[in-house]
Write a protein that binds this ligand. Structure first.
Ligand code: GAL
Length: 133
């Protein structure tokens, strides 16, 4: 699936609540926050069959079309075939993702982006609800 939203105006303190079902044969999906396809402040990318790590959450940023340094967390409490709720918070200097097991993942706001106006959710994930609060 692909959900793309433009012309948003999300700032520090705003939260995104994403709910959906990870496909039973999922390879990966992603939730991206940024200013457009070439400028992504947070690329949150759970993978279920990664060549190097198997089940892993990959995060990165993209600036002017170029990926930054990838960060990998092999703590991946997301599982194929499951319903999942994720909460992403714009906390100013970091992005915080609350995972379903109660743990948090943090990723720095590397380019100090003040306003997120682009959100994309794509991959092997069936979105059932999306909320900005
Ligand atoms: C690449 C992949 C991109 C993105 C990036 C993150 O290998 O093709 O979709 O996930 O890693 O660093």
């Amino acid at each position: 699936m692909l959900l793309e939203m433009k012309h948003l105006s999300l700032t520090a303190g705003d939260r995104l609540k994403v709910k959906g079902i990870i496909q039973h044969d999922a390879e990966r999906f992603k939730i991206e926050l940024g200013c457009g396809t070439d400028d992504i402040a947070l690329h949150f990318n759970p993978r279920f069959d990664d060549d190097a790590d198997g089940s892993v959450i990959v995060c990165n940023s993209k600036t002017g079309g170029s990926w930054g340094d990838e960060v990998r967390d092999t703590h991946n409490p997301l599982h194929r075939g499951r319903v999942v709720k994720l909460e992403l918070t714009l906390a100013g200097d970091v992005f915080v993702v609350e995972l379903p097991d109660g743990q948090q993942l943090q990723f720095p706001n590397r380019e100090n982006v003040d306003v997120i106006n682009y959100v994309r959710i794509a991959g092997d994930f069936k979105l059932t609800s999306f909320k900005i609060c």
